[in-house]
Design a protein around this ligand. Sequence first.
Ligand code: ATP
Ligand code: MG
Ligand code: MG
Ligand code: MG
Length: 506
Amino acid sequence: KDKSSKAIRSKFMNYFINDYNHNFVRSSPVVPLHDSSVPFVNAGMNQFKGIFLGTQTALHKKVANSQKCVRVGGKHNDLSVIGLDGYHHTFFEMLGNWSFGECVKKEGIELVWNLLIQKYNIPKDMLYVTYFGGDASLGLDPDIECKDIWRSLGVPPERIIAFGAKDNFWEMGTTGPCGTCTEVHVDRLGYNNRSSFINKGLQDLTELWNIVFIEYNRKEDGTIEPLPQSHIDTGMGFERLTAILQGKMSNYDTDLFSDIFKGIEKICKGVPKYRGQFGENDWDHLDTNYRILADHARMITVSLADGVIPDQNQKLRRIMRKAFLVSETCFKTEGLLRELSNYVVESLGHVYPELEKNITQVHDIISYEEDIHKLLRKNSLNEWQHLINEDPRLANLDIVESPGLTNAYKEIKSLPDNVIPPKVAFKLYDTYGIDEEMLIKLSEALGMKLVRQDFKQELTMAKLKSRGKVIFNQNIIINQLMKENIPQTNDQYKYQYTKEEDAYKF
Ligand code: ATP
Ligand code: MG
Ligand code: MG
Ligand code: MG
């Protein structure tokens, strides 16, 4: 049997599209169009937000797709664990299916369960399910209907576990569509009864699939209101599914990543091979660096191909600089990231043709950014060492990630009192690339006061101002991608519906 990631993805599509009459919808770009509530597209449902809110009519009632997702900011931010665990990535593919305007829970759950059990042949004793256990502050009762459905499918009671809003009330961002959810978790070891370890961050017992019953909208004032209609929205991590079906304990041991690791080994002659170790067993951090680089190479290639521009997206720039730094310090190879982008295209280009189409743009921006980074590093390292000698309070700051720190330091030192005004904070962020986290560390080390709220406001203002420009640039690229004219109006979701011929790619 074909256990390649490619075959696994196809099986998902075939199941929903051919067996259950869903319509295929292309992945949207990772850029949230006309939506400032999220920094990147973070789930399959993002492109359907308008349908959920009732401002958009669904072309088809049932759809399925594989969506490019990025989780590096806002409500869903996994950046801090990248490389440290084997199942969170900055970029990942989310396999999903939807039922618009109709939330028949039994049908939604059955579709998911049967695919896992009958088509993918995952043993039942590897699986656990969770359901919404109620939340007083939301005014919502436990979802007993959901629990009973799982019982009716033969899941033993000790494997059906209630969780609160933190895990089982899904929200896209701080505002927007949301609802209670039910999840399938997989014990990769298949032990008996480890239900008390669910949602505890265990590497071998992870969440796989989330079925959300979209019924509410979270408003600016923090309250939730019922939506005009309710919907089913599901999302499954493709890399996690692949790891389970290929019998691997980490997503990085699947063909989705091992081909990129082979690329690193080939390009960087003499570098030790990837060993697959975590934590203390990865004593020299070599494997962690492999994972960070492979993860970031995927995220960067996809983002650049979708028209995200590091000049206008500090998160992307920071991730690129981290990748350059790892290439330089651990793998001792210039131009590595650029080369790796070809491996990413090799791995994902057949699913997302825009990667191949825009590869020149990807190469050009990577090279341009690498040149800047090299210059900044050379200058700042010397200067910074100098400063640490003068001001020992700086000794413990992690400077390598932020070449603009020297200038930021000087700017702060020149302030008349011990407060960093929001305008200055924004300049440090915008001009010197000091992100919020670093800014906080730096101000603390120097005993300066930083009013985070004001800084955030300044950031939002700046984002609003540059939005027109960003959308213009991105639309050019998306126009190319879709060979369609995107109206500058709010008709935002139209372009994402595929033409028939795209569906064969699966
Ligand atoms: P987790 O609790 O493991 O962080 P989540 O609850 O944040 O996952 P959801 O928002 O429910 O994830 O997204 C649906 C599915 O997407 C998850 O069940 C998981 O399989 C996958 N997923 C979520 N975040 C990531 C990530 N950073 N990398 C890879 N897959 C992910
Ligand atoms: Mg998460
Ligand atoms: Mg979760
Ligand atoms: Mg979840």
